[in-house]
Design a protein around this ligand. Structure first.
Ligand code: HRO
Length: 309
């Protein structure tokens, strides 16, 4: 149909899903996404063991988006693996987000997903900005190279990576060159939050989140141009991979922008957090209306068709 999408040869009724971390820590949240108009869903990035995460307040919404320093709160990978075993894949695909605190933990968790023989799609999070003392892997190119070499060898199935934003052409080039060494990295999700921003409340003359002296990853309207640039940069540099867009989506127009930039699927974070899974029905309606107005009969007809001047 008009909004059909595909990734790794798997069919999606529409390109929309949640961004990992939003509305996906607990089974009731995941069930609500499964029952929503989203074309698929993804679990909260998980660690080997359950984590409480950082002290609250650790999320705040602003007029232009959000800031968070959650600290990877999650129920541990066994909880999400159990959910992934019970999911009905005939209704919609499920993504499984992994964010181990070490290479060994990532290998253990991905081996468990591999050995479960379920069609869950793994998105390896290389970009969590909020675990104190753990610099994010994707900003350390040698560490990212080592991680992908070991994970590719162990998991031995196609998987994807969740990337942070880059801001320098040389960094797009270097990061893409590493990803292109690994054919099993079948998709690249761009972007994670822009790390270590600072939101100030002038009434209280204070930061708005407790962890890390108020420093946290931002999402929402703040990040849209950076998200689109990263989607398009990796779309251009990784012709053998697909790209999932994430960042700044709150209406059909931003979904359309991500698709033009080359995205195959589009994730929604801040706007989903501030609304509810009902947002997916609205986004699908708005995207359909734009496509019909412009005469597009399929997403493939517009994907990656961004014009330059
Ligand atoms: O603090 C978090 O849990 C978190 N927050 C983000 O904005 N991105 C991530 O990948 C993670 Cl893992």
């Amino acid at each position: 149909s008009l909004l059909s999408a595909s990734l790794l040869g798997i069919k999606f009724a529409n390109p929309l899903l949640n961004a990992s971390g939003v509305h996906c820590r607990y089974t009731d949240e995941l069930d609500a996404l499964a029952a929503s108009a989203a074309g698929s869903l993804i679990t909260k990035s998980c660690t080997l063991l359950e984590r409480e995460g950082n002290p609250e307040p650790r999320y705040a919404a602003t007029a232009l988006g959000s800031i968070n320093s959650m600290g990877l709160p999650n129920q541990g990978y066994a909880y999400y693996l159990d959910y992934a075993r019970r999911h009905n894949y005939a209704t919609k695909p499920l993504f499984f987000s992994v964010a181990g605190l070490s290479l060994e933990d990532n290998l253990t968790m991905m081996a468990a997903v591999r050995d479960a023989y379920i069609p869950a799609i793994v998105e390896l999070n290389l970009s969590c900005p909020n675990v104190p003392g753990k610099p994010q892997i994707a900003y350390d190119f040698e560490a990212m190279d080592r991680m992908l070499a070991a994970v590719s060898a162990e998991y031995a199935l196609p998987f994807g990576v969740k990337m942070p934003p880059y801001f320098d052409i040389a960094h797009f080039d270097a990061a893409a060159a590493i990803l292109n060494k690994y054919p099993l990295v079948a998709f690249v999700t761009c972007i994670n939050s822009i790390g270590n921003a600072l939101v100030i409340d002038i009434e209280n003359e204070s930061v708005v989140i407790k962890p890390k002296d108020g420093f946290g990853g931002i999402g929402g309207d703040y990040v849209l141009p950076t998200a689109l640039a990263n989607v398009n940069a990796f779309y251009r540099r990784c012709p053998d991979k697909q790209v999932i867009g994430c960042g700044g989506v709150r209406s059909g127009e931003q979904v359309f922008m991500h698709l033009l930039a080359g995205a195959s699927l589009v994730q929604v974070g801040t706007a989903l957090h501030e609304d509810s899974p009902r947002i997916f029905a609205r986004l699908n309606r708005e995207l359909s209306a734009i496509m019909e107005r412009k005469g597009y009969r399929s997403i493939e007809a517009l994907r990656g068709k961004l014009k330059t001047l």
